[in-house]
Design a protein around this ligand. Structure first.
Ligand code: GTP
Ligand code: MG
Length: 239
């Protein structure tokens, strides 16, 4: 079993995929598993496979959530690191966030883009993300600054033990908040966020409504008696 799996999902990322995989390899070396769940019509899967990456095809596309859940289940590493395959996230930081989990000090690391507004993030998106984090804090008691980051390190045991709803947008919200409420130790680091290569798949309206829906659905978990996470749902923002 590899210590680290880097898992990505891809929908027509042929312009970015080689650069992103190159940066991941440079960061983590050859011993780590790189896995892509691909739903592209373009050359993304061929380009990834040619670089030695394990490609799982999911076609026709079933949406972000189903692709991400598939990627997390297929991953065999002790720690699973996710990032978008669009050159927005700093692959060079993978060893740091994976290492935080491997060291045993935390179970999930959220790489937040929102220490301040990144130039690459449109102002309405920044405002929405700020609000989502605020609401998560108020309603769930989870002290996070970015519930929509695509860059995370998850301890494998979380992925085996916690059930997530793959249907509908905004799955990253649940992937962060549900483990926090279930009592897993969640940490946050700040990262830079770069301009995307290629076109976004983000549907702002659907993502917003589903974000609130996913947050609201978790409120009972905060107050359920005996929930191990209720007492320590706060984030340890150690860096
Ligand atoms: N396999 C698969 N991948 C998808 C699907 N939808 C999106 N993706 C991938 O998921 C990642 C995140 O999607 P993005 O389009 O970057 O969405 P976003 O990060 O919310 O929006 P940006 O801020 O514009 O980057 C990218 O690597 C996409 O290629 C899908 O239905 N299937
Ligand atoms: Mg993206």
């Amino acid at each position: 079993m590899p210590k680290i799996t880097v898992a990505m999902i891809t929908l027509n990322e042929e312009r970015a995929v080689e650069k992103v995989i190159g940066e991941i390899r440079a960061a983590v070396g050859v011993d780590c598993e790189i896995l892509v769940v691909d739903s592209s019509k373009d050359r993304t899967p061929e380009l990834a496979a040619a670089l030695g990456v394990r490609v799982v095809r999911q076609f026709p596309p079933q949406g972000y959530g189903r692709a991400m859940i598939r990627a997390l289940k297929e991953a065999s590493g002790e720690v699973v690191v996710t990032l978008d395959c669009d050159d927005t996230y700093p692959a060079g930081r993978i060893p740091e966030i994976a290492g935080m989990v491997l060291s045993g000090n935390t179970d999930l690391v959220n790489a937040s883009r929102l220490q301040s507004r990144p130039a690459a993030m449109p102002f309405p998106n920044y405002l929405a993300n700020w609000l989502f984090a605020k609401v998560s804090r108020l309603l769930l008691g989870v002290k996070t600054t970015d519930v929509h980051s695509g860059m995370r390190a998850y301890r494998r045991t979380i992925l085996d033990a916690v059930e997530f709803d793959p249907n509908g947008p905004a799955l990253p919200v649940e992937l962060l908040l549900k483990p926090a409420l279930a009592g897993y130790r969640v940490s946050e680091v700040f990262i830079p966020y770069a301009e995307r290569i290629g076109a976004t798949t983000l549907n702002r309206w659907a993502s917003t409504t589903w974000t609130f829906r996913r947050i609201l659905r978790l409120v009972p978990m905060r107050f359920s008696r005996g929930a191990p996470g209720a007492a320590r749902a706060g984030l340890d923002r150690s860096r």
